[in-house]
Design a protein around this ligand. Structure first.
Ligand code: OAD
Length: 242
């Protein structure tokens, strides 16, 4: 099937189905100027995740980790949602059961206006106290290094799920509910190598959903999903709603 035939089929399914779940990754924000992690120009080509995005890294050198997050906060604050984010807002407004599960921490889905969003890897604009566990929104750029909790003076860390850490159980439950309930799962702009999100396509499929992947490049899941469409998210996603 060629791309336009696949888009047409997805449009028909979207019109028919009342339970839709969308899993997004860094690729949906690439067209907004947020760097992806893997592939050409990916952040992990130049930085080592274990030195910047792990609890051990933060214990070892919290200044370095905060400097890296300041760099990313500065970059992301200048980024705006793109047509793919806005198309998902329109999709949600059609009604029915809907949820976006995103691995992105940039907050662009909610900035665009999406309501039912599970940010399973956290949010770059939130901080969490390493002592009392309180979370708070903090949009300072740059954040004063080292930041401390206004309540207990404990050291603040980014409210991000790092390598080796578990997802918040509420996010995990919401995600599994959405994957079990949906008739259609759209997987947009994720390389599909980080778990548990990498297993979400199979979970939805086991529960009877039609699973479609929209990605600029093939992924390890392209042959396992029901449909894989290649192209940029900002071109493809709005076409589904046109
Ligand atoms: P990756 O950087 O691993 O993958 C991005 C995917 O988007 C790749 O498959 C690209 O081919 C695709 N892509 C790039 N530009 C695109 C575009 N314009 N349109 C559509 N697709 C495009 O990002 P994630 O899969 O999100 O974790 O990575 C998962 C997790 O790994 C991240 O959440 C992050 C990272 O380490 C944490 O920060 C905890």
């Amino acid at each position: 099937m060629n791309t336009s035939a696949m888009i047409q089929e997805l449009k028909t399914r979207l019109a028919r189905h009342t339970a839709v779940t969308v899993l997004t990754g860094a690729g949906i924000s690439a067209d907004s100027g947020v760097p992806t992690f893997r592939g050409q120009d990916g952040l992990w080509n130049n930085y080592r995740p274990e030195e910047l995005a792990s609890p051990e890294a933060f214990d070892r050198d919290p200044r370095l980790v905060w400097e890296w997050y300041n760099w990313r906060r500065n970059l992301i604050r200048n980024c705006q949602p793109n047509p793919a984010h806005y198309a998902l807002v329109d999709l949600e407004r059609r009604g029915g059961t809907f949820r976006i599960i995103t691995q992105n921490v940039d907050g662009l889905h909610t900035l665009a206006g999406s309501q039912r969003v599970s940010e399973i890897h956290g949010n770059i604009w939130k901080v969490r106290c390493t002592r009392c566990g309180r979370t708070a929104v903090n949009r300072e750029v740059p954040i004063a290094i080292l930041p401390h909790c206004s309540h207990c003076q404990g050291l603040l860390r980014p409210h991000i799920v790092w390598f080796g850490e578990s997802l918040d159980p509420v996010d995990l439950q919401q995600s599994h509910d959405a994957l079990r309930q949906c008739e259609l799962l759209l997987i947009i702009g994720t390389s599909g190598v980080v778990y548990p999100a990498a297993s979400f396509g199979s979970v939805a499929k086991e529960h009877g959903a039609f699973v479609a992947e929209l990605n600029r490049d093939p992924t390890p899941h392209s042959d396992l999903v029901d449909m894989a469409i290649h192209g940029s998210a900002q071109d493809l996603v709005p076409q589904l709603l046109a």
